[in-house]
Design a binder for this molecule. Structure first.
Ligand code: FPP
Length: 252
């Protein structure tokens, strides 16, 4: 059961998956470290993002093969607009390239694309590529590949609360009677469930405004590996780690 394995990147995998303990249904990832990965190689930051996109393809296929139900990836935050224009432009073109080359494989893998974020200020080409991918994969019933694109957790909670209050008023209910479920029903992740596991790569130990509401009871897994170096074995290690956690949701 606790046999030692070496992954292809020589990382130590210190156990193996258990057939008895469930895997997380919903895995969320903060894909960090693209810039540092590039800098170490004397490459421009965008080279790190490009390699990061290839890792998205690899990890999507692997998560799908493990039977994970939802994979949420933090691709662009509402704060990322502050980056240099060249980098923002590149990041906004990545979904176009990603979906142009990867949609047939997604369909083959039965993966459905979803987006979570403010669509209104996305460039037209970005929005079109995402919407086309959503349309092309809408019949797929396997893994949901959920991109957080122009997403911010605090803004999401605020909009959900406003929408919930409006709905309460329309229904003739007292806004003071607002419940967690009322807010939950207006979150952008509606229908996807809360992440069971959050992975953040590249050694940073913070949430960066990601799914603040939904991560209330999630398990956290941090790794020093930069996202462009993240491999199937690293994802597997996170799954094994998750299986060894004891989730109590505030109980004993
Ligand atoms: C954080 O690393 C990463 C991002 C802001 C972008 C993440 C995007 C991808 C991995 C590609 C996504 C692919 C698609 C298809 C949308 P950083 O740049 O902040 O790294 P650093 O902290 O080392 O500077």
């Amino acid at each position: 059961m606790f046999k030692k394995l070496f992954g292809q990147n020589e990382n130590y995998i210190d156990s193996e998956l258990s057939a008895e303990v469930p895997l997380p249904k919903h895995v969320a990832i903060i894909m960090d470290g693209n810039g540092r990965w590039a800098k170490r190689r004397f490459l421009p930051r965008i080279a790190g993002h490009k390699e990061g996109m290839n890792v998205v393809k690899k990890i999507t296929k692997y998560a799908s093969s493990l039977g994970i139900e939802v994979l949420t990836l933090y691709a662009f935050s509402t704060e990322n607009w502050k980056r240099p224009t060249d980098e923002v432009d590149f990041l906004m073109k990545l979904p176009v390239e990603f979906f142009e080359t990867f949609v047939p494989e997604l369909v083959e893998e039965n993966v459905r694309v979803n987006i979570m974020g403010y669509r209104e200020n996305l460039p037209a080409h970005t929005l079109k590529s995402v919407e086309d991918a959503i349309e092309a994969t809408k019949h797929c019933t396997g893994l949901v590949l959920n991109f957080a694109l122009n997403y911010g957790g605090r803004a999401e909670i605020l909009s959900a609360t406003k929408a919930a209050i409006l709905e309460l008023k329309e229904e003739g209910r007292d806004p003071e009677d607002i419940t967690e479920a009322d807010i939950d029903n207006h979150l952008m992740s509606q229908g996807l469930g809360d992440p069971d596991l959050l992975i953040r790569t590249s050694g940073e130990l913070r949430l960066s405004n990601f799914m603040l509401w939904q991560l209330a009871y999630s398990e956290f897994y941090f790794t020093e590996v930069h996202w462009p170096d993240f491999k199937e074995e690293d994802f597997l290690q996170a799954m094994i780690d998750y299986q060894n956690r004891s989730r109590r949701y505030g109980g004993l």
